[in-house]
Design a protein around this ligand. Structure first.
Ligand SMILES: [Fe+2]
Ligand SMILES: [Fe+2]
Length: 487
């Protein structure tokens, strides 16, 4: 593969760990990473995609950080994927762009006073990456096509690489406690009662492919927002790492958006062909072997609410401290026109006031999480609109909607109340009566589980999902994205 050409952004594949950070001349970190590597492979074999470790998968591997041509596609057995350390190019003139240190030269080393905070941010981000691989490890077996199976595995290997990205920072900049944290990232397990992953949504099950698509649409998008704000960091190595991770993350959300879109497309087409106009005629729609639109809405309700929880409390001194320290900025920080220190600024926050949901002005500094969550909601709405276009085009009267932010929350202002998807506060009894109308029920789960039969013939798709518009890497429709090794 490509050797390093100085300044070309090419990746050095001559070491065991591909990288563009000149690991070959950084003996201490190279050694630490080489020692961590076997534990990572053990984790991948135990917790990575179950049943497909010897199959040949048509994957993209990063060979450069040049945005125009960073990836190369080829068949790879997943355990042999070249996970590596890839940082976006350094910008010598980069500054700290917000907070108390605004205007200082961006830090190339960890500022001593912020060491603990920074380590925590990196560990929390790092913990989500292997968690999602664990959550998705059973899905290969029920893949609706080789195309979808390949996309699942692509997402999985890249989440593995994102773990590498955070582990590099821990090893390079945090000494002994960094190495311990890197070990911890391999020890915790999604959903494990004794040593769970750090954040709620990453301990939930991903039982079926509709959940997978919703997860990559909503939860990977939380990841995008977190990476966007860490990409603003005054700690330059973190910024550069996150900027490259974002280029990979885009594909994950593509998988989610088009996945849900293809499920909707198939449902609408089947309804039309059968002459069913009422989307709530659920039994008849399901009899066609497709997923009814109200159930798709319920899945969206669930995954959106779980993902909102990832933004933390609306009003948070931690978030304010991260911001003032210059460690974690706002979405598009440098494009916002203000003082970037938020002196005296306020931001409207939805809060529970007595028994009402009201908009209250809070200091912008403590409302950093709320602002990022609002940016997230706007970002989510785009794909939802495109889903609704598909439904509209089919002439069906139904609209997917993002539920109110007070709906089904476990963290923040609304954790102690029950609210409808419209944002109306309801009693426990009302909640219990409506729960299965608002969130996937056991029946819904069983119905979807029954649809999840593998479809592994080249160019074929399970009957509940439409084929994609174009292939990966422009491959033809019958391309063999995964050469399944049955042995
Ligand atoms: Fe990731
Ligand atoms: Fe992702």
């Amino acid at each position: 593969m490509t050797a390093t050409q100085p300044g070309s952004g090419a990746v050095d594949y001559s070491t065991k760990i591909p990288n563009n950070v000149n690991l070959a001349s950084d003996g201490r970190v190279l050694k630490a990473l080489e020692q961590w590597h076997p534990g990572y492979i053990d984790w991948w074999m135990a917790m990575g995609p179950e049943g497909f470790q010897t199959s040949d998968v048509y994957l993209r591997t990063a060979v450069s950080i040049d945005p125009k041509g960073w990836a190369k596609f080829d068949y790879v057995k997943m355990p042999e994927y070249r996970w590596g350390i890839l940082l976006a190019p350094a910008d010598e003139s980069r500054r700290v762009n917000f907070g108390a240190h605004k205007g200082e030269k961006a830090w190339q080393e960890v500022p001593g006073e912020y060491r603990a905070m920074l380590r925590r941010l990196i560990v929390i981000q790092g913990d989500t990456e292997p968690a999602s691989v664990e959550q998705q490890r059973h899905l290969g077996k029920t893949a609706p096509s080789l195309y979808d199976m390949r996309n699942l595995f692509q997402v999985n290997v890249e989440e593995g690489r994102h773990l590498w990205a955070m582990v590099y920072l821990l090893h390079k900049y945090f000494g002994k406690d960094g190495r311990e944290e890197a070990e911890g990232l391999l020890q915790r397990r999604s959903g494990d009662a004794d040593r769970p992953r750090m954040l709620g949504a990453f301990n939930e099950a991903t039982p079926d492919w509709l959940s997978f698509f919703m997860f990559t649409y909503f939860t990977d998008r939380d990841g995008k927002m977190q990476l966007e704000s860490l990409a603003q960091s005054g700690f330059d190595p973190l910024s550069r790492t996150c900027r490259f991770m974002l280029t990979e993350e885009a594909h994950h959300m593509f998988v989610g958006e088009t996945g849900v879109g293809r499920v909707i497309e198939r449902t609408c087409a089947a309804m039309r062909a059968a002459g069913i106009e009422d989307p709530y005629d659920i039994a008849r729609v399901r009899a066609l072997g497709v997923i009814d639109l109200p159930t798709i809405q319920k899945k969206a309700n669930l995954h959106y609410a779980l993902s909102l929880d990832l933004f933390g409390s609306e009003v948070s001194t931690n978030a304010a401290n991260f911001y003032s320290a210059g460690l974690k900025g706002r979405f598009n920080e440098t494009r916002i026109e203000d003082d970037h220190q938020l002196t005296g600024a306020t931001y409207p926050v939805l809060k529970l006031v007595g028994s009402e949901i009201r908009r209250v002005e809070e200091p912008a500094l403590t409302a950093i999480n709320m602002r990022l969550r609002d940016d997230y909601t706007r970002d989510c709405q785009g794909g939802v609109n495109r889903w609704n276009k598909i439904i509209e085009k089919a002439g069906i009267k139904f609209e997917i909607r993002l539920p109110h932010v007070a709906f089904n929350r476990a963290i923040g202002e609304f954790r102690s109340i029950k609210a409808s998807p419209e944002g109306e506060i309801v009693s426990e009894a009302e909640w219990a009566r409506n729960r299965d109308r608002w969130l996937p029920s056991e029946d819904d789960g069983a119905f979807i589980a029954d649809l999840m039969r593998p479809c592994w013939e080249r160019g074929q798709y399970a009957p509940w999902i439409a084929p994609p518009k174009i292939g990966i890497d422009n491959k033809p429709g019958d391309f063999e994205y995964v050469k399944i090794h049955r042995g």
